[in-house]
Design a protein around this ligand. Structure first.
Ligand code: G4P
Length: 527
């Protein structure tokens, strides 16, 4: 096996998707413990403590600061290298989350056993489905009273239209929780009283093994036998291909806070989750094991030091063996850039990356040249697809407290938009810029950042703006006619693409009807 084959086969790049409070942070912490990144446990926790920080600038800053270093967490466990990409944890749904999911090969869906699938789980799942990202399910909090396991499985199956194949099966829940039965290896995963003790599984010769009688009370054992029989009858057996194609999800049960079921989950990911997948570029499919380096930017983050306008672009390597100091072609700009200080991320630490392999994420410090969606290669003019911009759901007018700062504001808005935190729309007529975000909290973060990083005071005002749509058409004449007829509703985004902002639903509908040869798109590929 060549070096690159070997390195690719060890990589698992994934994200965790969950509704807030289902246990994503706790699970992350425990996964990192298995990966030996013990010093990390505190940092993940610290981030969680920022959750209530709605308007306190320092806290938002700290939150961002920590998320710079925990945006990617790389750890090793039993021969494999795991790159866990953090999906931003705000309750406000953010576009960042979508983009992170374009850079992973699989996902773990965490569900609270008492609540089942919740709103955000569903939304995030839909994003995974768009790209057929394979999903492993972890039903968490079994140490609390949970819903009936069959009911949970049924809900996943119905709500998400997925085949469900349990890998483990819980024995009781709440105070009665005794652990899980490993359906694949016929083992008992016994939960010691007191929790948080990670023990090896106990091998069992079928469900009639007397060892079970010693450890599990009769009434639970009887139930377990019945349930396992039913599972084997009604649930499809695990099928690797179906999972890899995104049609089937293996399910693990556990309790993250007690570190129960986490190792089995991690082993499961190691065994079945896909290695770095081929990535689609405009001209061809790029295989991970190709010798030349290619990658794309899926996230840009400003450094926490407000006095320096430098940023880190997070690159997902799709192919090749990357080495520090390499000259890579920034395809959009058509220029070569030497990458002298690439970063790798280990839990709460970052380090200079001497080398990296497909599936890895490297951070490249830069002054704004690298944007979300950009492709870097060893020379080929590739453009990776699939890093979308979404039409923002909330639109407000941005107003300066000091009207003389117009130019500065423009620069601030454009730089922040390049980072992907918001979108800005410059009016064709008039002077009022409109800012669009996906979650309300982002307005607040923006206001604080414009003040702290650019020294400009602004406020946001409601404006009759219902939806933003990118206007696309094949006929330049038609577009010109449309421009002339709708000036007051037209804007340009930071890439100077034409955007129509409708005042209300009726305005959007009638305009779409009146211009049938134009497309009004709610998403746009970035590059
Ligand atoms: P999130 O990142 O998905 O939002 O969830 P997080 O891990 O922060 O967990 C949310 C709450 O659920 C936390 O409680 C956490 O301790 C708890 N939790 C996580 N896993 C389990 C589990 O397996 N069993 C039980 N019983 N609870 C679990 P909290 O009260 O919000 O915070 P804390 O003070 O306990 O940390």
């Amino acid at each position: 096996m060549s070096m690159i084959d070997k390195q690719v086969s060890r990589r698992r790049t994934f994200a965790i998707i969950a509704h807030p409070d289902a246990g994503k942070t706790t699970l992350t912490e425990k996964l990192l413990l298995f990966g030996g990144a013990i010093q990390m446990a505190g940092a993940v926790k610290a981030k969680k403590e920022q959750k209530g920080a709605r308007s306190d600038f320092m806290k938002i800053e700290q939150d961002r600061g920590i998320s710079v270093s925990s945006a990617v967490m790389t750890f090793e466990f039993e021969e494999n290298i795991f790159n866990l990409l953090d999906t931003p944890g705000h309750e406000d749904f953010s576009e960042d989350t979508y983009r992170v999911l374009t850079a992973v090969d699989s996902a773990v869906m965490v569900i609270d056993g008492a609540k089942g699938i919740e709103a955000q789980t569903r939304k995030l799942f839909e994003v995974c489905r768009l790209r057929d990202v394979p999903i492993t399910t972890f039903v968490n909090k079994l140490d609390r009273e949970a819903r009936d396991s069959f009911e949970l499985i049924d809900q996943i199956e119905q709500d998400l239209a997925l085949d469900v194949s349990p890998v483990t099966w819980p024995i009781g829940s709440g105070r009665d929780f005794h652990g899980c039965y490993d359906l694949v290896n016929d083992q008992l995963l016994f939960m010691e009283k007191g929790g948080n003790v990670v023990k090896e599984a106990i091998p069992i010769k079928g469900l009639d093994d007397p060892k079970l009688d010693e450890l599990i009370p009769d009434y639970l054992l009887e139930k377990l036998r019945e349930e396992v029989e039913m599972v084997r009858e009604i649930c499809p057996p695990f099928d690797l291909q179906s999972y890899r194609e995104g049609h089937l999800t293996p399910v693990f049960f556990g309790s993250a806070v007690n570190n129960f079921g986490v190792r089995e989950l991690l082993r499961g990911i190691g065994e079945i989750a896909p290695t770095p997948r081929p990535q689609e570029a405009a001209t061809r499919l790029v295989e991970a094991v190709e010798p030349k380096v290619a990658g794309f930017v899926f996230k840009v983050q400003a450094n926490i030091d407000p006095n320096h306008r430098d940023r880190i672009a997070f690159i997902r390597l799709c192919s090749g063996h990357f080495k520090r100091g390499m000259k890579l072609k920034h395809v959009r700009a058509g220029k070569l850039m030497a990458v002298h200080n690439p970063m790798l991320f280990f839990a709460n630490e970052r380090d200079i990356a001497e080398e990296a392999w497909p599936g890895d994420i490297i951070g490249i410090p830069n002054h704004g040249t690298l944007r979300i969606g950009d492709t870097l290669t060893e020379g080929e003019d590739l453009r990776f697809r699939g890093v979308p911009a979404f039409a923002p759901e909330l639109l407000q007018k941005v107003r300066l407290d000091d009207p003389l700062k117009g130019k500065h504001l423009q620069r601030a808005l454009e730089q922040l938009a390049e980072e992907g935190a918001s979108q800005v729309f410059k009016p064709m007529m008039g002077a009022d810029w409109i800012v669009g975000v996906v979650g309300q909290l982002q307005f607040e973060v923006l206001k604080e950042r414009i003040s702290a990083e650019y020294g400009i005071k602004v406020h946001f005002e409601q404006t009759p703006a219902y939806a933003a749509r990118w206007v696309v058409g094949d006929d330049p004449l038609e577009i010109k006619k449309f421009r002339d007829a709708n000036q007051s509703a037209l804007f340009e985004d930071h890439d100077e693409t034409l955007v129509f902002i409708a005042r209300n639903a009726w305005h959007l509908e009638t305009t779409q009807r009146d211009w049938p040869n134009l497309k009004f798109e709610a998403t746009r590929e970035q590059n």
